[in-house]
Design a protein. Structure first.
Length: 235
């Protein structure tokens, strides 16, 4: 997959390079304290109003407080889920960068393992416990399965195109813990092991790096299978 070129600096005033962007954790912490400050200000205003004018109707103030609390809780929940998604994306990007350092010509596909793929890895690499997110690297001569293991890219499986018999789509019913895994379709690579025994590697395709959503039948999955089949024929 081609990479975008480095951006060319625009003419004009140069930007300050000493300003470092805030991390996701710092932004979440700042947002949390802003929301806590708003809640504290509302509580202080209620105390002052009640102390100075006990007979005033505070129903409107209660509505404002309820809205502020609901908005704050919503923002915090969204920020937590967004931070988790960013962590997953950064892990996928780190794995992709490590793979491209080894072979910059491959194109990468974020994937999720099926039960069949877990069993295949357990047979080949019994010491490895396959996680929920993996990445396939497809090159000119082989397909390889990678996982990020303690900040290190680990190659778990290698399938040479010359030994691939068929690439297709299979419906995997009841596979996985998530509902979209039960609805998704798996890509199946049927190949021959070095000892001439038949094998198959099935995997789900994630919609994007860092995403937990899986692809079902459609143009994107059909295009991927067609590209893999063409790669196998060329090799």
């Amino acid at each position: 997959m081609p990479r975008r070129p480095d951006p060319v600096p625009r003419p004009g005033r140069a930007r300050r390079s000493d300003r470092t962007p805030m991390s996701a954790a710092q932004r979440l912490s700042t947002l949390r304290w802003v929301i806590v400050g708003i809640w504290a200000a509302l509580l202080t205003a209620r105390i002052i109003v009640v102390a100075t004018a006990p007979d005033v109707d505070l129903s409107w103030f209660g509505i404002v407080e309820f809205g502020a609390i609901a908005l704050g809780v919503t923002v915090i929940v969204v920020a937590v889920f967004r931070a988790a998604a960013l962590r997953r994306r950064h892990a996928d990007e780190a794995l992709a960068l490590a793979i491209r350092r080894i072979d910059p010509t491959v194109w990468l596909v974020p994937a999720a393992p099926t039960t069949e793929l877990r069993d295949a890895i357990a047979e080949v690499r019994p010491e490895v416990s396959l996680g929920a997110r993996v990445t396939w690297a497809f090159g000119a001569t082989e397909a390889s399965l990678w996982e990020l293991d303690d900040r290190k890219a680990t190659r778990l499986l290698v399938v040479r195109w010359s030994r691939v018999v068929h690439v297709g789509i299979e419906d995997v019913h009841g596979d996985g813990d998530r509902a979209d895994a039960r609805r998704a379709c798996a890509v199946a690579i049927h190949y021959v092991r070095p000892d001439d025994t038949p094998a198959v590697a099935t995997f789900f395709v994630r919609t994007a790096p860092g995403s937990r959503r899986l692809l079902g039948r459609g143009q994107r999955l059909d295009r991927l299978v067609a590209d893999l089949a063409r790669e196998r024929i060329v090799a």
